[in-house]
Design a protein around this ligand. Structure first.
Ligand code: SAH
Ligand code: DHB
Ligand code: MG
Length: 221
């Protein structure tokens, strides 16, 4: 099995289970034109996020790490008409691209982008008494994933869902001697998760057009 196969299989399923989608396509193109890194979730992963939020009946969603709002659009589509999504982004240029993409997708009024270091924005959300959020998608800098789990727990309640992206990194997660900051951060997050009595969690390894990675999926107890 190799990248060529994973990409071909992603294409095979994309053509069959995903409808052509101009807003999502335009979001990818606008992000690329603006020079954003092409690290958004894949189309099949985006739909997985939407389906999880729909199956759960989520009405309020918190996302940490917006980029060009590709995953944000998928998640916003899971919401009912009066649902709300807050997404956190440190880079104002990313937020500008995201805002335009969200407007084009017709979900702008359901989505609030907060610009700043996610740790500051999370503290601000807590101060403002926001939450509990039904669903949290953690997908920013991997160094702070342990802290993001802590904040996610403060901003959710029993039955909420927490999904954390990029926890496998081509298998690098099992390298205890890694000095890669995102691997170190992921391993610190996993240790915290393992010791955390307030969640029930699993990990899903994923291959596809973005390579070999995975997500942690957890339910708050
Ligand atoms: N969720 C997006 C991809 C996010 S990429 C998608 O799948 O479509 C990670 C994003 O997190 C980048 O835009 C980056 O600027 C942002 N980010 C990195 N560190 C951050 C921090 N400390 N606080 C907030 N955002 C951060
Ligand atoms: C990176 C970040 C992501 O959120 C992702 O899905 C893939 C890669 C990165 O920082 O390299
Ligand atoms: Mg990611």
């Amino acid at each position: 099995m190799n990248q060529e196969t994973w990409t071909a299989v992603d294409g095979y399923f994309q053509e069959r289970v995903l409808a052509p989608d101009r807003a999502l396509q335009a979001a990818v193109e606008a992000s690329e034109r603006a020079g954003l890194p092409a690290i958004q979730v894949t189309p099949l992963q985006g739909k997985l996020l939407m389906l999880l939020a729909q199956l759960h009946g989520s009405r309020s969603i918190l996302e940490i790490g917006t980029l060009g709002a590709y995953s944000t659009i998928w998640l916003a589509r899971a919401l009912p008409e009066d649902g709300k999504l807050v997404t956190l982004e440190v880079n104002p240029k990313h937020a500008d691209v995201a805002r335009a993409n969200l407007a084009r997708a017709g979900v702008a009024e359901r989505v609030e982008i907060r610009i700043g270091q996610a740790l500051d924005s999370l503290a601000e959300l807590a101060r403002q008494g926001r939450g509990p959020f039904d669903f949290v998608f953690v997908d920013a800098d991997k160094e702070h994933n342990a802290e993001y789990l802590e904040w996610a727990l403060k901003l959710t309640g029993p039955g909420s869902v927490i999904v954390v992206d990029n926890v496998v990194r081509h298998g690098a997660v099992v390298d205890a001697s890694s000095r890669d900051a995102s691997v170190v951060g992921t391993r610190r997050f996993v240790e915290r998760l393992a010791a955390e009595p307030r969640v029930s969690a699993t990990a899903v390894q994923i291959v596809g057009s973005k390579g070999y990675d995975g997500m942690v999926i957890a339910r708050v107890l």
